[in-house]
Design a protein around this ligand. Sequence first.
Ligand SMILES: C[S@@+](CC[C@H](N)C(=O)[O-])C[C@H]1O[C@@H](n2cnc3c(N)ncnc32)[C@H](O)[C@@H]1O
Length: 250
Amino acid sequence: MTPPCVASDETAAETRHDCEKLFSVMQSEKHPATVAKMFDSVAPRYEIITDLISLGQDRRWRRAATAALQATPGDVVLDVAAGTGASSAVLARTGAKICAVDISPGMVAIGRHDHPDINFVVGDAQSLPFADETFDAVTVSFGLRNMPDPQRVLTELARVTKPGGRLVICELSTPPWPVLQFAHHIWMGHVMPVIARLSTNPASYHYLTESIVDWPGPLVIARWMADAGWRRISFRRLTGGIVTLHWGNR
Ligand SMILES: C[S@@+](CC[C@H](N)C(=O)[O-])C[C@H]1O[C@@H](n2cnc3c(N)ncnc32)[C@H](O)[C@@H]1O
């Protein structure tokens, strides 16, 4: 199948125009409906591309996020921006009951198909369809960066978490050391676009690079968490800072 953004037939110009328009909208405003549309378009190959782009490290990062969450059997855990359930499936191995929420119906459809044991809900992290203090723990993997108002989402996560409950954010970040920064820049700017051609919407991967560059450092995110009502906040860089884990308690 020809990916829509590199099509060479008469529909190519129109499709490319759509992708470029989508990309520029993403830069100026991460509107949930636009984000959902973009993830719908990459859903069929999302997991394989993620594996390739991260050289399989995403599996290690998901395991680290699950360990940091400290969920135990019987806990009820909310995985926000769960996508196709790659992170939820790792969380489910703890014996906790997982509720997976995502705004993209396309990602959720694949998640429901691949993980029938996990409860998937289509919903917006900014306005979660759950009562106050429902969950023992909440987590977001590679999702907070895509949201227009991350501070609002952190507050919403605090609302649905029981007192004392745990939050873990796992997010892509820029390595703090210049040599790694350079290698990261080369990978994101030159290698990733080649891998992204395998995607069902290669243009969307330009957005990924930009969104990482724009994402603030861990101390800013720690302040957002504190402002949202989280306590005992800390963070740890993984793989030289390509990913950062943030955690705290309600
Ligand atoms: C990069 S994917 C991560 C998926 C999954 N957590 C993983 O680790 O593979 C980001 C996900 O965030 C979701 N997302 C973005 N904005 C959202 C919002 N406002 N509410 C809920 N989900 C959102 C997207 O639909 C997408 O599935």
